[in-house]
Design a binder for this molecule. Sequence first.
Ligand code: FES
Length: 105
Amino acid sequence: MPQITWRCASGKSFSIDVAAGQSLMEAARDHDVDGIYGDCGGNLACATCHVVVPPEWVPVTGQPDAMEDDMLDIVETGRTETSRLSCQILATEEMEGMVLDVPGA
Ligand code: FES
């Protein structure tokens, strides 16, 4: 069960043990991580689960597919080169120690 940390624009950090296979949006929402809302329930329709993945972790998380890429264009919190919608990232053991940034509006 990898431990993943969300570093939020609010200044708070949340370190959560996430079950392999669970989406990072669900894990964050279950623990009230600041700035992660998941309004659409993970259906790629809201973009309220935006995170920025440190470049060194991109090989582990992978890249967004075309639909996610389109949705990333509407995030309100400033898309970056390594932005992802966290409902589309499923936890794996290889994510142990990963730190994600949650941009603020
Ligand atoms: S939860 Fe809506 S796009 Fe991720």
